[in-house]
Design a protein around this ligand. Sequence first.
Ligand SMILES: NC(=O)c1ccc[n+]([C@@H]2O[C@H](COP(=O)([O-])OP(=O)(O)OC[C@H]3O[C@@H](n4cnc5c(N)ncnc54)[C@H](OP(=O)(O)O)[C@@H]3O)[C@@H](O)[C@H]2O)c1
Length: 378
Amino acid sequence: MNIGLLGHGTIGIGVDRIIKKRTDMAVTKVMSLVMDDEIGDRLAASIDEIVNDPEIDTVVEVMGGVHPAFEFVSAALKHGKNAVTANKALVAACYEELVALAKENNVTFRCTASVGGSIPWLINIERANRVNPVESLGGIMNGTTNFIMSAMTNEGADFDETLKKAQELGYAEKDPSADIDGPDVRRKLSISLNVAFGVLTGEEEIPTAGLRYVTAEDVKNAKAMGRTIKLIASAERKDGVISATVEPAFLTGDEVMASIPSNFNLVWYRGEDCDLQCFVGQGAGRFPTAYNVVEDLVDLTEGRTGFYTDSFTPASIDNSNVFRPYYVRSAVTDEYLASVTETTGEGYVITRPVNVAEMHAYIKAQIENGNPVFAASV
Ligand SMILES: NC(=O)c1ccc[n+]([C@@H]2O[C@H](COP(=O)([O-])OP(=O)(O)OC[C@H]3O[C@@H](n4cnc5c(N)ncnc54)[C@H](OP(=O)(O)O)[C@@H]3O)[C@@H](O)[C@H]2O)c1
C-alpha cells in the first residue's frame, strides 16, 4: 500500500513513524504546510501531485477542519483512492457525502480514530449491527474533562487549578472551550449515533451542558451522596425515536464509568442479545490515535473494505420522553427551580424527574443571564 499523507502534525507524525516500522505499507508523499526533517524528499507541492500519482492507492487525512480536508479527501476518492481520516469535524459534517463518493468510485472511506482516539469504536458498532442492532450507546468521550473530574475527585482541587494542570500536561488546549463546554463530546456522540442508528441528525440538535461551572463544592456534595461526577454522552433509539444528551452526571460507585481514571475514555453500547459492551482506552494522543488510523489501513490491505453504515435516514433528536432528576447549584432560586425541587441541600437542590430538554433550556438561559448554574443528572 502506498500512502499520501495529508498533514504532518501531532497525529500525522505518529502515523508516519508507525508506518516506517512496517513492510506492508509506506508513506510515499506528504502534504504539509511546514517542512520537517522526517518528511525528507516526500513533500508534495499540492493535492494534485498526490491524487494524480498512480502509485498512491490510499490517502490518510490528518490535517483537521472541514475545509480544505473535504475537497482533498473528495479529490482522492474521485481519483479511485481509499481514504482514512481521524478528523471528527470532517466526519460529522460530511460522512454521508464522502461515503456516497467512495461507493461511486468503488473505494473505501474509514474514520475509526475520529471517535475514541485509540478505541476500536465505530468498527465495533458496525460489527454489532450485523447481528444485534445497537439500541443505546454513550460514555466518557473526552479525556480532558475526565482528567479534570478525576483530579477534582481524588484531590479535592478546584476547577481552575485542575484545568491549568491539564493544560500544563498537554491534555487541554490553550482555549479549552471545546472540551469543557461539551461540543467535542457532542460531535463524537453525533457521529456515533448516526453510524449506530443509520440516521442523519445534526450535532447541534443534541442538548449539551459542560463542566465549566463545576466546583470543589459540587464534588464534595456528590461524594456525600456516594456519587462521582463525570461528563457523559448518551443516546438511545426506542420505538423509532432517538434521544440524546451530553451533560454532567452523578454516577453511583457500581456504574463502570465512575471508575474510569485520568484522561481515559470509556464508550459503550447495548443491544438486546449482546447486552452491555464497554471499551476503555486512550481517547486521544499522538500514538494511540495514529495506531487506530494504521488499524484502518491494515484492514484495507487485508481486503476489509466497506463502511460502518451506508444507510442514512434523515431524523431528529427527540428528548420529549426523557425525564431525569437533577442536582442544581444556583445562586438564585427562581420560580421554575422552586416548582421542580424535591429536596434541598446547602446551596443546591435535587429536582424531581424533569424533562431533559426543559432542564437544558433552563441551564442555558441562566448562564446567558449571568447566573453560572451547575447542573448534573442524578
Ligand atoms: N491530537 C489528538 O489527540 C487527536 C485525537 C483524535 C483525532 N484527532 C484528529 O486528527 C486530526 C489532526 O489532529 P492533530 O492533533 O494532528 O492536529 P495538528 O497537530 O494541528 O496537525 C495538523 C497538521 O496539518 C497541517 N495542515 C493544516 N492544513 C493543511 C493543509 N491545507 N495542507 C497541509 N497541511 C495542513 C497543520 O499545519 P499548521 O500547524 O501549519 O496549520 C498541522 O501541521 C484532527 O482532525 C483531529 O481532530 C486528533
